[in-house]
Design a protein around this ligand. Structure first.
Ligand code: EPZ
Length: 427
């Protein structure tokens, strides 16, 4: 298993270009199942999860053209997906276990093919993460759903029928699955308390380019008029707001100055507010953002994760690494996932002073962190350990780097280009 070795203590300076958003690209790829024409996606990140989704679609019979991914994995980069004739409607355990977002094929398979068999995802490192809300909402659209030997068996032999769905909890994947189901259902579907994440809107915009009728994009009420069929389209995946914010924290935690290019600024308000309160300046400059802390000390800030437009859970671990080095105390409350503090003991091994009480972590700022061997547990937790390593005195080795590879494109290259001393140790 690869490891990443970092020599900390170097301020990052320079320019970083962010990739397309992994969490937008994954549902967009699944949307290719909705048409027999070509869906061409650009700005797709080179991330392992993209390769996993490509492998799953390939198993279903989708033809995929794109540049070869790293290590001979299925294609990444610009993708042309063609779901002319499917050969299967089953998402097997091995792929769903590897990547929960595999469950996003459920809605489109059911809508266009009347059948889907998708392995039930188990729990994962950040929480139990059930898919009950996806299933209840699909049942409201007339799907017959059974659980059979660890699989979701969903049928709609006569097609889906529009319905009024109210999500009791905001769910990003649930909203995406239902959007993809509703665009081919008969009549009108209303999705209330829908997730407003930019990745959901990106999917909705692409579906409209494919001929779907969706109103209320970007709001919590999506109104969909079902179409008989969708056609092909070209679509550029939005910039990755989480990658952007992660590098903004890298500039801040090292006391450096970065220009981050290719970003969507209006997706970053909540993170920008927290960074500003902590003493980090973030300015729009020529379509990029300039992030700097300079020599000023960081200040503690209270942070609560919330659905968009609130502070994203996917930035909770990274902001915690930053606040571990701030003056004063911060309280970080995680409201989305029940077990997303696995990075805390690892940060504490590097000298941080963090205590978890239920859904909140009290972070008492320390003057410095020191390098250590640490273990990554999930994608964002891994990045927080990289951040701590960049700021720490001495050497940090982050183990289980495959988590990082799932969602951060060419991480070492991007950081090395800005003056970080970071290398991958291949075992
Ligand atoms: C998406 O996961 C993202 N993944 C996650 O990114 C992100 O953390 C999360 O949204 C929240 O923003 C992708 O987009 C591929 P949810 P998703 O359904 O869709 C509960 C990363 O690091 N819930 O919005 O799975 C659930 O347990 C990842 O890139 C149910 O109870 O998240 C959670 O507590 C990790 N039943 C809450 O809702 C359901 O049927 C929100 O989950 C569905 C969800």
């Amino acid at each position: 298993m690869d490891r990443i070795r970092i020599e900390g203590g170097r301020p990052l300076t320079g320019t970083i270009r962010v990739a397309g958003a992994k969490n937008a690209a994954l549902p967009l790829m699944a949307a290719s199942l909705l048409t027999d024409e070509i869906l061409a996606l650009t700005n797709v990140p080179e991330a392992a999860d993209i390769a996993t989704m490509a492998r799953l679609l390939d198993e279903l019979g989708v033809e995929i053209d794109g540049e070869a991914g790293a290590d001979g994995t299925p294609p990444c980069g610009p993708l042309r997906l063609s779901a002319g004739a499917l050969t299967a409607t089953t998402a097997p355990y091995d792929l769903v276990r590897k990547m929960r977002a595999s469950v996003l094929v459920l809605g489109p398979l059911l809508a266009r093919h009347g059948h889907a068999r998708v392995s039930l995802p188990g729990g994962c490192a950040i929480g139990t993460r059930p898919v009950d809300l996806h299933l209840k909402a699909l049942a409201q659209l007339g799907a017959e759903i059974e659980l059979d030997e660890g699989y979701i068996e969903a049928r709609a032999p006569k097609g889906l029928i529009g319905a009024h769905v109210v999500f009791p909890v905001t769910t990003v994947g649930g909203t995406e699955n239902l959007l993809m189901a509703a665009v081919l259902a008969k009549g009108e579907t209303v999705l209330a308390n829908a997730a407003r994440e930019p990745e959901v809107s990106d999917l909705a915009n692409c579906l409209c380019a494919m001929g779907a009728h969706i109103e209320g994009i970007g709001t919590d009420t999506l109104r969909i008029q079902g179409a008989d069929r969708l056609h092909g389209a070209r679509h550029a995946v939005i910039a990755d707001r989480i990658e952007t914010a992660s590098y903004a924290v890298a500039a801040a935690i090292t006391g450096g100055e970065l220009a981050i290019e290719g970003v969507a600024l209006d997706h970053l308000d909540a993170v920008a507010d927290v960074l500003a309160a902590a003493g980090v300046s973030l300015e729009a400059r020529n379509g990029a953002i300039a992030v700097a802390r300079g020599d000023k000390r960081l200040r503690g800030v209270d942070v609560m994760t919330e659905p968009f437009p609130g502070f994203p859970t996917d930035m909770q671990a990274q902001i915690m690494a930053l606040l571990a080095l701030a003056d004063g105390a911060s309280m970080i409350t995680e409201t989305i996932f029940e077990n997303r503090f696995m990075h805390v003991p690892e940060l504490n091994r590097m000298g941080a002073n963090i205590n978890v009480h239920g859904a909140s972590a009290i972070v008492r700022g320390v003057p410095r962190l020191s390098g250590a061997q640490v273990m990554a547990t999930d994608l964002r937790a891994s990045f927080s350990l990289v951040l701590a390593g960049l700021a720490a005195e001495g050497e940090t080795v982050v183990n289980r780097v495959y988590h990082l590879d799932r969602g951060y494109e060419r991480l070492e290259e991007k950081l090395t280009g800005c003056g970080a001393v970071i290398e991958r140790i291949r075992d």
